[in-house]
Ligand binder design. Structure first.
Ligand code: GLU
Length: 464
């Protein structure tokens, strides 16, 4: 039974990297009919915030990545305490009384000699009785894990064979006290007790993996399989970090990137399908995705690609009725666009937030300034063209307004194919008041006969 987990620390709003890890973990669970576990890693009391936990939870929900089990590390302190006691009693972990100053001196010496910083092991030989007494006397301490001085290797699902040398890691601090366990320790206890079979996470944790494997071994627990996902990079190849600005999932959602497009984008961000296909639904991904085809190198976050994908979803993948509800939060509540209005603008949008501007021609008074005046010089040609169009529209019946095709049919007799632009350009500006807008036939079918007539008449009056 496959059991995988997403283990975010709630120290910032849901990050785009967490969303990608969440997607890959979720897909892996679905592919293997396994369980997806969400574990909030909130042992760092100072940096963890409830609001960030909420942001992670709502982010996963927005993306439709539902979990089967939920845990919060802050509710498991007794479990960690017991496990620490166990490793100390087996002498696999020892209390360390080195002060920060002592360690700074060690570090400075190592740096001066250009050696990596490895704990000297100064407290490793203090007898358990003496250590116990010093703790009882109130001396500050940390708990250190005796790192085996041997090679620690694993077969990473993404990176292949990876090996570290335990003697270059040294004895690591795994808890600030019995009640303040640290990341590498709690993650092992939880992954073991939660029977996690595959740990899929960001590459920033690669160097933690040998430490965690050593702790698994110290307990006699079987380590899980590991798969480390490449870093997400900015265009300049710098790391896209939590602090780097536009990296919160919610910012993408608020700008009107759709969950489907984000999922599609995040999947392609570090995974290559066998062919050149680019559009993948979640269901497609469950069928096609494979962790072995995740690339090792960093993945550049390409906004142009994201915009292109979002545009595909807006323009033809998501249905118009569905779009209609999704755009509500981006437009004033008294705007009630029809399907024809949405259809007329939807192919031009990179994000849903752009829809307000795009639909404004249907809901806000038109200002022809500039754009229509452009035709003033040529009004002797423009006005008769608009009048000819008007005369046809005036006598047409409602069925001519049903679609942009029927509008085109209706006007085919009047629009001279040899000088199309002289009809359609002023017509379009008369109807939209804008330099850039949907085509005139689409607008006419969206606003209907009465409004079309009134807009053309207004425009003629302004030209005169
Ligand atoms: N809590 C860690 C983080 O947010 C991830 C832990 C893990 O996946 O092992 O970076």
């Amino acid at each position: 039974m496959v059991r995988v987990r997403l283990a975010p620390s709630p120290t910032g709003a849901m990050h785009i990297g967490t969303a990608r890890a969440g997607l890959f973990v979720w897909l892996f669970a679905k592919q293997h009919e396994g369980k997806f576990i969400l574990r909030i890693e909130d042992t760092d009391k100072e940096r963890s915030k409830k609001e960030y936990e909420e942001s992670i939870i709502s982010g996963l929900r927005d993306l439709g990545l539902e979990w089967d089990e939920f845990y919060r590390q802050s509710e498991r302190t007794e479990i960690y305490h017991e496990h620490l006691v166990r490793l100390v009693s087996e002498n696999k972990v020892y209390p360390c009384f080195c002060s920060k100053e002592d360690l700074d001196i060690e570090r400075a010496a190592a740096e001066a000699e250009k050696r990596s910083v490895i704990y000297s092991g100064r407290c490793s030989n203090i007898s358990p009785e003496e250590a116990k007494k010093r703790i009882e006397d109130g001396e500050p301490y940390t708990l250190r894990f005796r790192m085996p001085k041997e090679k620690i290797g694993f077969d990473d699902m993404v990176r292949g064979r990876v090996e570290y040398d335990g003697s270059l890691i040294g004895d690591i601090v795994i808890a600030k006290s019995y009640d303040e366990p640290l990341y590498n320790f709690v993650v092992v206890v939880d992954d073991a007790l939660m029977e996690i079979t595959h740990v899929i996470r960001g590459e920033d944790h690669l160097s933690n993996t040998p430490k965690q494997i050593a702790i698994f071994n110290a307990f006699g627990y079987e380590p899980p399989n590991f798969g480390h996902l490449p870093l997400i990079l900015n265009a300049d190849r710098s790391k896209m970090s939590k602090r780097g600005g536009d990296t919160a999932l919610v910012e993408f959602l608020e700008k009107g990137y759709m969950p489907e497009a984000l999922i599609n984008f995040l999947a392609l961000l570090s995974w290559h399908p066998k062919d050149d296909r680019e559009i993948f639904s979640k269901e497609d991904l469950i069928k096609e995705f494979s962790i072995e085809r995740v690339q090792k190198g960093g993945s550049i976050f390409d906004y142009a690609k994201l915009n292109w994908l979002n545009r595909q979803y807006i323009s033809h993948i998501i249905s118009t009725p569905d779009l209609m509800t999704r755009i509500e939060r981006f437009i004033p509540s008294d705007w009630k666009p029809t399907a024809a209005m949405i259809d007329s603008v939807k192919t031009r949008l990179d994000t849903l937030a752009e829809i307000k501007e795009a639909l404004a021609l249907y809901f806000e008074p038109l200002s022809y300034e500039g754009d229509l005046l452009h035709f003033k010089d040529k009004k002797d040609a423009t006005i008769p063209n608009l009048e000819k169009i008007l005369s046809v529209i005036d006598i047409a019946d409602d069925s001519s307004f049903l679609s942009s095709e029927s509008v085109a049919d209706m006007l085919s007799g009047v629009v001279d194919p040899d000088s199309k632009g002289e009809y359609l350009w002023p017509l379009r500006v008369s109807l939209s008041g804008r330099k850039i807008s949907p085509g005139p036939y689409e607008i006419i079918s969206a606003i209907g006969k009465k409004e079309t007539v009134s807009r053309i008449k207004d425009a003629i009056a302004k030209l005169k």
